[in-house]
Design a protein around this ligand. Structure first.
Ligand SMILES: NC(=O)c1ccc[n+]([C@@H]2O[C@H](COP(=O)([O-])OP(=O)(O)OC[C@H]3O[C@@H](n4cnc5c(N)ncnc54)[C@H](O)[C@@H]3O)[C@@H](O)[C@H]2O)c1
Length: 318
């Protein structure tokens, strides 16, 4: 049952590789990186390969070499990075997904996981409790690629019977990797700034809210979705997935309660418009009904966990 994780050195990949290894055994999970060198600990934890996932033949060789049975395809250019280089975002996000889906059909792989995002939504989408099926008019290239990718997954499930599953991850918060060029990065950066400088300048305004989730909840959702019986899966585009929704000001206030002397201000940049185009909260009733989704982390637990974990990580670095 060997599994391939592409984008394994990224923010999600670091945690997902570890979660899959804990469940299936270290040798059963082949971590695939690209240019970012992995830490020594990551490198030592199990099999590791590098590939440019736009190279279909190279991916094909990896699948054959390791007799891969399922792929977790995490390669991406995130929203902020995608707006800096839309052509590259289109190429990286969609050509690699198409390769993975084609190779999965060709090699008759058991499963594919590919994350979508709240970036599929846009300013015309209902902002509060956004329904599973709704208006999808994204205004970023990242969102455009996620929407096209969702439809591609749906098509491969219908046309080829491929067992491809997907989640619309909200902004993900973790201390284990620091940043990947996403619009929700402020909810990670604030903890580093609070510990290092007791001050943080948000790149969004105080009222900005978007769906967010602690990384452990996202890993639980991913493993639960992939373990669910196939006939429970009624959504082959991508499931809405909710956990938390808080404004930048509410997050800062929660941090200030725990870090005496912490202050913050706001200097919105181009990511404000991206954040404004996304919902405040999503309705994930379909995920709850189909495969029992329920998050564990609320805001106080998340802030406590992030402060402790970030302090430990920064201490270890220094
Ligand atoms: N982090 C979040 O908050 C968030 C939210 C919603 C959805 N997602 C989705 O989760 C998945 C993983 O995102 P992430 O946050 O870990 O992103 P990330 O930027 O941290 O990691 C992406 C990885 O892809 C790799 N990559 C880029 N181009 C490549 C190429 N041509 N070939 C091989 N590898 C390449 C990068 O080296 C990087 O390690 C993506 O599909 C993303 O859209 C993430």
């Amino acid at each position: 049952m060997p599994l391939l994780v592409t984008g394994a050195v990224g923010q999600v990949g670091t945690d997902l590789t570890a979660a899959l290894r804990a469940r299936h055994g270290a040798d059963a999970v082949i971590a695939v990186g690209h240019r970012t060198p992995p830490s020594a600990a990551f490198r030592a934890a199990g099999p590791y390969e590098t590939v440019d996932a736009r190279d279909r033949d190279a991916l094909d060789r990896l699948i054959r070499k390791h007799r891969i049975d399922a792929i977790y395809h995490l390669v991406t250019l995130l929203s902020g990075a995608g707006e800096q280089n839309p052509d590259l975002a289109w190429d990286v996000n969609l050509s690699t997904l198409k390769h993975v889906l084609d190779l999965a059909v060709h090699h008759k792989l058991a499963q594919v996981f590919w994350p979508s995002s709240i970036a599929v939504f846009g300013p015309t989408t209902p902002r509060l409790n956004t329904p599973q099926r709704t208006i999808l008019e994204p205004t970023t290239m990242y969102g455009v690629t996620k929407l096209a990718g969702e439809n591609l997954c749906h098509y491969y499930a219908l046309r080829y019977g491929l067992d491809v599953r997907s989640l619309r991850y909200p902004g993900l918060i973790t201390y284990k990797t620091f940043s990947g060029g996403g619009t929700s990065d402020y909810a990670v950066e604030i903890f580093i700034a609070a510990i290092e400088r007791k001050h943080y300048t948000f790149f969004v305004n105080a009222q900005t809210a978007m769906p967010m989730m602690y990384m452990d909840d996202a890993m639980k959702a991913t493993l639960d979705l992939m373990a669910a019986p196939a006939d429970h899966i009624t959504v082959r585009t991508s499931y809405n997935l909710g956990a938390l929704s808080f404004t930048a000001a509410e997050l800062a206030t929660a941090v200030a309660r725990r870090v005496p002397g912490f202050t913050w201000d706001h200097a919105p940049d181009f990511r404000q418009a991206i954040a404004d185009s996304w919902p405040d909260s999503v309705d994930d009733g379909q995920a709850r009904a189909d495969w029992g989704w329920a998050p564990d982390y609320d805001l106080p637990t998340l802030v406590d966990t992030m402060l402790a974990g970030t302090a430990k990580r920064l201490g270890a670095k220094g």
